[in-house]
Write a protein that binds this ligand. Structure first.
Ligand code: A3P
Length: 321
């Protein structure tokens, strides 16, 4: 029923490039150190880890794997899942999230875990990945691990991605929004095509709703408590009625809110993966945290084009934003 197997619409020539001709030279995956593997684009630093994960990773049935395409709300989801899981171990004034950035609280499969399997502890079932569903290590699906996926309106994911790539790849030089937009629409972005990434997990969530929880950033913003309640239940750590009456869920939400996390010293000043080629300031992960920032960046033509791709790729599957 879904049209996910169809070719990426923009690769068939329907797209009208909006970039000024002088920037055409920038339009190349190599400029961004991107390589295609199993239908998706990877930065070379992560690609090695993806292949290693496919070869080595042995999932446990108790694992809870937080999955997303970059810039969809991964940091928020990691914080929430971590806070839910650890709420009885720490009180809210001593939770590690206050001094450790969310990405350092939940190890990433294709980097932290494959490079150092010792990073896994059986008592701590949370891990994260950006790997698309179709390329996940086979043991994840076979073991019955639970998967939580977060996605976001592609227009906001794109705007967030543009800000991110401008910040993390200064050596590329001036990177106009139009160039990154063109590449994103053609499917060339970290772990892109974005739409195919979303579609893979969306289909999996329809087929196995008890194993794959599909969340939208926009729903989480609008109905945070409903979503967090559902997340805690799915993770097997539901809020008890006594916790509900004590306002524990609200404390989780408060701890993980954009306002709180983005103002913590560690997230304002710290550096993530400091000793690697992909080192990055922690504050890069906290920009605006709003729904609809695309309205401040995209032209009408860009909006139409992106909506068209979204409709073509996801509309018939019942996924809208
Ligand atoms: P913007 O760039 O639109 O502000 P990811 O974590 O997948 O890299 O996604 C980053 C996006 O999530 C950024 O969006 C960032 O500001 C937003 N974000 C980070 N922490 C958040 C939080 N606690 N609540 C809501 N949004 C958050």
């Amino acid at each position: 029923i879904c049209n996910g197997e169809a070719e990426h619409p923009t690769s068939k020539g329907m797209a009208i490039s909006t970039i000024p001709p002088q920037f055409n030279g920038l339009l190349s995956p190599e400029n961004f150190d991107l390589y295609q593997y199993e239908g998706f684009w990877y930065h070379n630093f992560y690609l090695e880890g993806v292949k290693l994960a496919q070869k080595q990773f042995k999932a446990q049935p108790t694992d809870i794997i937080l999955c997303s395409a970059p810039k969809s709300g991964t940091t928020w989801l990691k914080a929430l899942a971590f806070a839910i899981l650890t709420r009885t171990r720490y009180d809210f004034s001593s939770n590690p999230l206050l001094v450790t950035m969310p990405h350092d609280c939940v190890p990433m499969l294709e980097v932290d875990i494959v490079q150092n399997p010792g990073n896994r502890s059986p008592e701590f079932p949370l891990l994260s990945t950006h790997i698309p569903f179709s390329s996940l290590p086979t043991s994840i699906v076979a073991s019955g691990s639970r998967i939580v996926y977060i996605c976001r309106d592609p227009k906001d994911a794109f705007v967030s991605f543009w800000h991110f790539i401008v910040k993390v790849r200064p050596e590329i030089g001036f990177l106009p929004l139009e160039v990154v937009f063109e590449m994103f629409c053609r499917g060339v972005s970290y772990y892109g095509p974005y739409w195919d990434h979303v579609l893979g997990y969306w289909k999996a969530s329809l087929e196995q709703p008890e194993k794959v929880l599909f969340l939208k950033y926009e729903d989480m913003k609008r109905e945070a408590s409903v979503c967090v309640k559902r997340l805690a239940e799915f993770m097997g750590h539901p809020f008890s009625s006594s916790e509900e009456s004590k306002g524990v869920m609200e404390q989780v939400l408060q701890l993980c809110s954009f306002e709180n996390l983005s103002n913590l010293e560690v997230n304002k000043k710290g550096r993530h993966r400091a000793d690697t080629p992909v080192a990055i300031e922690n504050n890069t992960y906290f920009r605006r945290g709003k729904v609809g920032d695309w309205k401040n960046h995209l032209t009408d033509q860009m909006i139409r084009r992106m909506n068209h791709i979204t409709e073509q790729k996801l509309g018939s599957c019942g996924l809208t934003f």
